[in-house]
Design a protein around this ligand. Structure first.
Ligand code: C2G
Length: 130
């Protein structure tokens, strides 16, 4: 039985997020999602997400192809999370290509192509101009 794990902020939830989660789920039987905490996001992007971690967790938990959700507090804890959740495969979008190869000692790592032409940052920019 394949247990899949993936990570992300999933802020201002959009179809690119649906596509990657659905494709990740299809690689196994059980999909576990680490939702980046508000603080982790701030440390990475210098701004807080539009949606709180509690709302982002509620949205991800409500998807029918997601089986488990937890809060990701640190990018460096990947191996701990993989072991804790007994994951067989880590799936990430290819904007992260190569950046999580260091966890290959713990599980298989697969990068899937991103959905073109949509991103949270772009949505925020468009909304600002309206
Ligand atoms: N994604 C995608 N297509 C898009 C936009 C996003 O496939 N058009 C994917 C990303 O590649 C990622 C996931 O959706 O795998 C979540 O994207 P983000 O919310 O932008 O996640 P990020 O802030 O990159 O956090 O430990 C990893 C980090 O927490 C990832």
């Amino acid at each position: 039985m394949g247990r899949i794990i993936t990570f992300g902020t999933f802020d201002v939830f959009h179809v690119g997020h649906v596509n990657i989660l659905k494709r990740a789920a299809e690689l196994g039987e059980h999909l576990i999602v680490g939702v980046s905490s508000d603080e982790l996001n701030y440390s990475k992007k210098n701004r807080y997400p539009i949606y709180s971690q509690s709302d982002r967790t509620t949205i991800i938990s409500s998807l029918k192809f997601v089986n488990e959700v937890f809060i990701e507090e640190s990018l460096e804890k990947k191996i701990e999370y993989i072991k804790e959740h007994k994951a067989d495969i880590l799936v990430m979008g290819d904007d992260w290509e190569g950046r999580f190869d260091w966890v290959k000692s713990a599980c298989e790592v697969i990068y899937l192509p991103r959905t073109p032409s949509i991103s949270t940052t772009e949505i925020i920019e468009i909304v600002k101009t309206i």
